[in-house]
Design a protein around this ligand. Sequence first.
Ligand code: SF4
Length: 801
Amino acid sequence: MNATARPADSLAGPLNRAIGVRDLAAFVHRRGDIHHRYEKATLAEEGIARQKEWQKQRGGGYRREFFVSGEWHGVEVAGRVDGWDSAAGVVEEIKTTRVDARALHEHQGHLNLAQLKLYAGMLALAGEAPKLLRLVYLHPDEPGELVLEEPADADELTAFVERTCAAYADWLGVVAARVARRDASLKALDFPYGEFRSHQHWLARRIYRAWRDEEHLLVDAPTGSGKTMAAAFPAFKALGEGEVDRLVVLTSRTTGQGAFERAFGDLADAGARVSTVTVTAKARICFNPELPCDPDLCQFARGYFDRMPAARDDLLARGAVDRAAVEEVARAHRVCPFELSVDAAAWSDAIVGDCNYVFDPVVRLARLQTPTFPRAAMLVDEAHRLGERVRDMLGATLSRGVVKDALKECSRSLEHAGAAAALPGLRSVDRALASLAREVFGAARGRVDAEREIEPPATLLRAIDRLLHDGSRGVELPHGGAAQDAWFGLTRLRLASEWAASAREAGDDTDFAWIARWQGRNLEVELVCAAPGAHIRTRLDDFHGSVRMSGSFRPQATYQQVQGFGEDAAAVKVPGRADGLGLLVVPDVSTYYRDRERTLPRLARLIRDVTQAHPGGYLVAFPSFSYAEQAHAAFAACLSQVDGMGPATRCQQRTMDLEERAAFIDWLGKVESADDARARVAFVVMGGVFAESVDYPPEALDGVIVVGPGLAPKSLGRDLVARAATARGFDGHAVGYRQEAMTRVVQAAGRVVRGPGDQGLVLLVDPRFTEASFTEFYPGHWQPQRIRAHDAGTHARSFWA
Ligand code: SF4
């Protein structure tokens, strides 16, 4: 039914003027609080059967589920009416929910009513005569309903549609004017650093073309090639030329986010009038981490939607906005910083955030893909980690120990309504886990650690279903305790099992498998996503082209396959610089677990000889904390045998907060005076924050010693990943084991020689670094030289001579 009643007014700019009724109602009419209990309380898929049942009971002449659309003030509105009884003039909006319907209505009834009024008004504008508005709340599994009605007046309803669209059109006008100013500034924008580095101009042009032509491009560019600005600059140019509508930058670490924030800041200084917003994880940016998002407890949740529009506009007016600016504006307006960042990001020109906001089905932020800017360009930095990250996002693990802790907590807190309500369901989950352990491990249980591939655990999943549904009726678990942890784990496992089932049904290429693990007298059930490529590809296809960048993309076919692309998918390689890099491979120090104790003294001497040959800053990167700690102790013992002042050393700790990390990095970069030059030797863990992502200043680091390839121990989960890759015609062991390990090696080595004129030494210590199955992961510009451990000091001296 088309309800066009007025010719469209024109809106400036290229914005998409289409919007759904639900989003329009929320944008214009949402007021009040954030409340965690009600934010995702209405159900879509689950409620369909119950909704159909309700609709079947309506009389003749009742129409259900039909589309209406129309255009007012240049805004194209469309949506689906749940029910329309033309004889009685009744318009229905049906909500299905498991929470208490009255409480839900109290929280967001105004929003549901606004949605209903828009539908009724659109029907009136199409010539119908609505007389009664009916809001219906149903429970998906239980009989009974809450029905709220109010009389309707056709003139008032059509005026409501007009007013709502006019308000949204005003906002689009503001956005369009901002976009016009942005585009004018971007057309005149020059490269902010004067000269392009070698290859940087060519790379920037290639990246621009990828977005313009809606390609999925993989960029293999070594550290120090200037790839951050080689991507940020063409992204802004593509925005200015109208090739794309916005940019979404995804990273895997906050350090990567910082690089783009700086690049956007530099572009803003050069004249770009672009609004960029960094979305920081809720757990990290929350002002009240010890509280739930409840307006009775958190002042930043109370009245959030009343104050958010002003805060959002304030934030967007600031241009390039990092986390600190989000916090400052959120405090000034007394609104939740996380929700503010997401609400502002929905309207900004560029967003910087973690990969999970696009790829994780649980925390995915649909608001980041507003239809107003349909052609969003995607940029994934550190994309070598994408396969591993998405595998983790799609999989889930449940430990019986976690369920037992939750049971203990709930048994102790029976006065808490939520704890008492959850207890029977938790007991039945625990029984299902106990029975699964008996069934899978039988008599061997309790004696040996073991893991087995199993069929989907139907009894366990049914028990989890019952618990989650019973517990969603408005009762709450104690905040921040063991029961809530278990709840998150159970929810994640249930959702992951649904994705696995729907992937199987859809026949897509995502490969899931179930594992039961008996370890330390505890059962773990894990759903492993063995091949996340199809999911990655689907998400990337939602965007107007994507660029995946990294300095560790060799062999390229392996990464393309893991990320859902064929070998012939678009890719470019930026040659690295070999001139300043000395690469020594030391195969005569074995770092296999069984050899570590024996080779520890030789390793310590090697570190001593290299760091004393040229005092400066050194990272020594290990596959594990315990190996790093052992080597640190052995190095200290080795130094005590030397006269004079030895190097200063530090060892990465298992838990370090942001301040401690910053102090560690500062210490490494603290260059002593020439008269008092002592080496600074940092013992760190590969894949950890210090060996990956940190852009050390050139003077901070002189060398990196990588101790072993750090292969993950053999496990059934990795074997399943390898099996899935083999089934697709790839080297299974490479995908399941070597790829991640060697990515970490290349990333650690990439901390030195980051720009033209830099010099640095890399030592790779282990015999496997000479084997073809490992050297195939080396960047193309590496020129390794094989040496013996006791000659390392001599080679280091001659490199620096
Ligand atoms: S500040 Fe924290 S507790 Fe308050 S609404 Fe935001 S995320 Fe929730």
